[in-house]
Design a protein around this ligand. Structure first.
Ligand SMILES: [Zn+2]
Length: 147
């Protein structure tokens, strides 16, 4: 794997707008509110990933990906990090208010895992190969209940 692409970050553009517009006190309130969902156990995530892997990747992606809701860096909605043996996806619950958003983001990150697994990193994280992955799974119905 190229050392250039250490990990993928799902940048939150809307969050930048929010943080510019919101006074500091509001931002800290939002931070405090976000603690709730982060404390929830990581239910569903493993099952969703396993189901997606089976349905849209023929079970060919790693089955030992660690998925958490523990991302607290509010610059990012999610990150995907190679861990040497496998991969870890961390979701930022501040930006994912419902299972719908979580699933959509999980699919987004799983396309990054596909690119990692193929060992064909792109200069742009969301370049043609990643886009082709998203288009393919969308055509296959992955976003049907999410968009
Ligand atoms: Zn991404």
């Amino acid at each position: 794997m190229s050392g250039k692409m250490i990990f993928h970050q799902f940048l939150v553009v809307s969050a930048i707008v929010l943080s510019v517009a919101a006074p500091v006190s509001t931002r800290s309130t939002m931070r405090a509110k976000s603690i709730g969902p982060q404390l929830n156990p990581p239910i569903n995530l493993d099952a969703w990933y396993a189901g997606y892997n089976e349905k849209y990747w023929g079970g060919e992606l790693p089955n030992d990906v660690v998925i958490t809701r523990n991302l607290h860096d509010d610059r990012f909605m999610a990150i995907t990090v190679p861990t040497g043996r496998s991969y870890e996806i961390d979701l930022n619950m501040k930006y994912l208010p419902s299972p719908k958003e979580e699933k959509e983001t999980l699919l987004h990150e799983t396309c990054h895992i596909q690119i990692f697994v193929e060992d064909t990193p792109e200069i742009n994280d969301h370049g043609p190969k990643w886009q082709a992955c998203m288009h393919r799974i969308t055509k296959e119905g992955a976003m049907e209940d999410l968009w």
